[in-house]
Design a protein around this ligand. Structure first.
Ligand code: PLP
Length: 406
């Protein structure tokens, strides 16, 4: 049975105070806290089992390599990828999207080709495509959300032309919490022969993800939002797309042979992983994902669905609060402004004095901010360890802000 207090007890940081108040951590969309098992795994990896990977034949290098490579299998299980060979390690989603841009898209695109994006992408799923626009004359085609922050999958497919070479789309908006129907988009894209690259940074932490069922070509995740270490992450790449990719970063590990006038590549996925990687980060990510699967992704989804419904009701009750994004299918992410109040930074500062951590700003989503006609929002984003009582604390904090500023 899911017991949120038992979950909370596994996160040492949640028992600390901030500004003399118990920490109420609602900035999970930016980065999540780490359970004890992840901290212990990192400690053990550095303290007892550390050496470089894929290089030595000595005992520690073998243990370290086994622990590191085991994460590939864990990620494949976590995403239901058919094989661990379809998983490429990255330092996070930003690197993953740059990998797709440089290694897959760049050699395959020409001036006038098109990439379809939604208006609510994070900059990590925008700027790598801007490189292609700027350097090669590729056109970015934007699909907008409706007033509720929903994205119609048909609108995405309607934007596809014979020049479309890729659809790059988020699974969950980091600002609005909107859950995008990526499965329908992938099904439609397949019949049109267009690959789909999904940014799963915000989705994989809130719900079970099955890349085989979604039918995507690329699916990126980032470790620090998955209760794992920063600097870790991965991307699922369909083998047909892997076969079309040239290497990205050059160096050790990604090669088979290097001579004065010739170089040959290692097999995928290693072909796309150069140099000494984030060894302990990746081992820690493995521990985090095992932990999530032990808690149960369905349990996590259901607990957060309860929090989302509760937070929706409580926040909707504040008639001076403008909640952005009223999507029916919404992950536990709420962006808002207070009518007549100052900058969201001021709201965040007052909440911080109450021990409540939220994020304020543009959330690396400037095109969405422009589309919504606002400069910035405050964002409360919930995780597996948050409670209804913390939603109440947020509401109390917001009421104080309203009194102070509005
Ligand atoms: N995509 C989305 C939707 C995000 O929310 C984030 C992080 O905020 C990223 C991409 C970038 O991830 P990272 O900074 O871990 O590379």
């Amino acid at each position: 049975m899911f017991d949120v207090e038992a979950i909370r007890a596994q996160f040492p940081i949640l028992s600390r105070e901030v500004n003399g108040k118990p920490l109420c951590y609602l900035d999970n969309g930016a980065s999540a806290q780490k359970p004890q098992v992840v901290l212990d795994t990192i400690q053990r990896a550095y303290g007892h089992e550390y050496a470089n990977v894929h290089r030595g034949l000595h005992t520690l290098s073998t243990i370290s390599t086994e622990n590191y490579e085991a994460t590939r299998g864990t990620i494949a299980r976590f995403l239901n990828a058919p094989s661990e060979d379809h998983i490429v390690f990255t330092s996070g989603t930003t690197e993953a999207m740059n990998l797709v841009s440089y290694a897959w898209a760049m050699p395959r695109m020409q001036a006038g080709d098109e990439i379809v994006l939604s208006i609510m992408e994070h900059h990590a799923n925008i700027v790598p495509w801007h490189f292609l626009r700027e350097r090669m004359g590729v056109k970015l085609v934007w699909v907008e959300t409706d007033v509720n922050g929903d994205l119609d999958p048909q609108a995405v497919l309607d934007a596809v032309t014979e020049r479309t070479k890729l659809i790059a789309i988020t699974h969950v908006s980091n600002v609005l919490g909107t859950v995008v129907d990526v499965k329908s988009i992938c099904a439609g894209a397949r019949t049109r022969g267009v690959p789909v690259c999904v940014d799963g940074s915000q989705a994989a932490v809130h719900m079970p993800v099955d890349v085989a069922d979604i039918g995507c070509d690329f699916y990126a995740i980032t470790g620090h939002k998955l209760y794992g270490p920063s600097g870790s992450g991965a991307i699922f790449i369909h083998p047909d797309r892997q076969a079309e990719m040239r290497p990205f970063i050059g160096g050790g590990d990604m090669i088979r042979d290097v001579h004065r006038d010739e170089v040959t590549w290692n097999d995928p996925p290693h072909k796309f992983e150069a140099g000494t990687p984030g060894i302990v980060q990746t081992i820690g990510l493995g521990a985090a994902l095992e932990w999530m699967m032990n808690v149960g992704m369905e349990n996590i989804r259901d607990h957060e669905a309860d929090l989302t419904a509760y937070a929706r009701t409580r926040l909707d009750g504040l008639n001076w609060l403008n909640v952005q994004g009223k999507s029916r299918d919404k992950a536990a992410i709420f962006s808002f402004t207070i009518e007549g109040a100052g900058h969201p930074h001021d709201i965040s500062t007052v909440l911080d004095k109450k021990g409540i951590a939220v994020r304020a700003g543009q959330h690396c989503a400037q095109p969405l901010m422009e589309h919504m006609g606002i400069n910035a929002t405050c964002r409360a984003s919930f995780g597996v360890y948050n409670t209804r009582a913390e939603v109440d604390k947020l509401v109390e904090g917001l009421e104080l802000c309203h009194e102070l500023f509005a």
